[in-house]
Design a protein around this ligand. Sequence first.
Ligand SMILES: Nc1ncnc2c1ncn2[C@@H]1O[C@H](COP(=O)(O)OP(=O)(O)OP(=O)(O)O)[C@@H](O)[C@H]1O
Ligand SMILES: [Mg+2]
Length: 444
Amino acid sequence: IVYRSVLLGVIFSVVSSIAAVILITLATRPLTLLSNAVEKMEKGEYPEIGEIKSGDEIGVLAEAFRRTSRAIKERELMLKESEKRVRELFERVEHAIFRLDKDGNIIETNRKFDELCGGTRGFYDLFDDIQMEDCLKKASNENIIDMETRFTDIHGNERVVIMSIYADFQEENAELKGFDGYFVDITEKKKLEEAVIQSQKLDSLGMLAGGIAHDYNNILTGILGYSSLLKNMIPEADDKHKYADMIEKSAMRATVLTQQLLGFARKGKFRMEMVNINNIIKELSGFLKETLNRSITIVTVCEDCLPSVEGDVSQLYQTFLNICINARDAMPKGGILSIKTERYLKQDRETTDYLEIPNGEYVRISIIDTGVGMTEEIKKRMFEPFYTTKEVGKGTGLGLAMAYGIIKNHKGDISVYSEPGLGTTIKVYLPAAGLMVEEKRERE
Ligand SMILES: Nc1ncnc2c1ncn2[C@@H]1O[C@H](COP(=O)(O)OP(=O)(O)OP(=O)(O)O)[C@@H](O)[C@H]1O
Ligand SMILES: [Mg+2]
């Protein structure tokens, strides 16, 4: 009996221990699940805890946890999404953005910045005319600074930019945290502005020159007429005949000059007709081949079926001749002079040509030389009347002034590309008149 009751006792206690373990495990399982989930959440995961069937406080807690976990997940996703959007905007804008720490070290830049500055290295050395250290000091004193400055980008192009730098202060103690800055590339805008100023300057010069030339023309008519009369009245053997002849010749030279000035002032006489530019270029090219030094090779490429333009043949011929003579003068040691004609369609958003002509169809005549080229200073002034870099007696500085006036009068425009040592390309644009004009058949 004793043995049996001991056995029963042992069985009972084993069974009750197992039951107790099972009960405890069952009771604490929801808590373990919850604490595991909290641990995961700490690591940045969003755990989904399984169904916890418990009608008591643990069940309520589990439900609250589930809701909190989902809410956090949603909020974090929203945050990430908005961060992504801001980041995309940061990278996409056409402003170069940079963030600096309080000592001026770069901590963050965007795509445009890297494109222009080639990354963060050497940023401080890019600017020619400003000291970044001074700028940052000024920004921390004045909170924000704006300035226009120039720098050479990593491709070696000079760029004009407007830069703003904001000082960033801590809210609690107003201590300097760092700087936010950006710059906008205004090189193209600047060039356009300069082109407008240039053309306004030429317009007013034209008015002035036109007024003078007009009066001179009248005066010269008198001098020329009376000197011819005088010359005819005096016998050739007489010295006075020679003097009258000299007056007449000088007056004639002055008349040519005034005619050129009138051309620039767009007051010359025009005889408008339908013109095929190819005919003019072919005639000019023939003349140049005969007259220019053999060290200059002349290449002419004319596009077939070029639209005609409305213009004055002799004035247009004179214009292209002036440009070609400049090309000759730019190549004293010889070189290549290419003349090309083509149809050109001017469309919206032209960024490379600063042409003051409306969109539409044009005939473009390019005259390209491999000569000495021009500096920025010469390029700025080349169309001004009497501007010349040639020796006294070699140039009057009226060739391009006249060309400019004539082309403007034909509602066209001229563009210039030139680099010292690399040669010059002059492009003349004339509006297409739409009609085709028969080309002169060259004789076989
Ligand atoms: N193709 C070119 N290459 C280099 N420089 C040029 C070229 N064309 C013009 N220039 C520069 O522009 C200046 C003005 O040219 P423009 O034709 O008006 O006057 P010019 O040739 O000096 O004198 P003119 O034509 O009256 O005899 C020139 O003196 C020269 O410095
Ligand atoms: Mg000239």
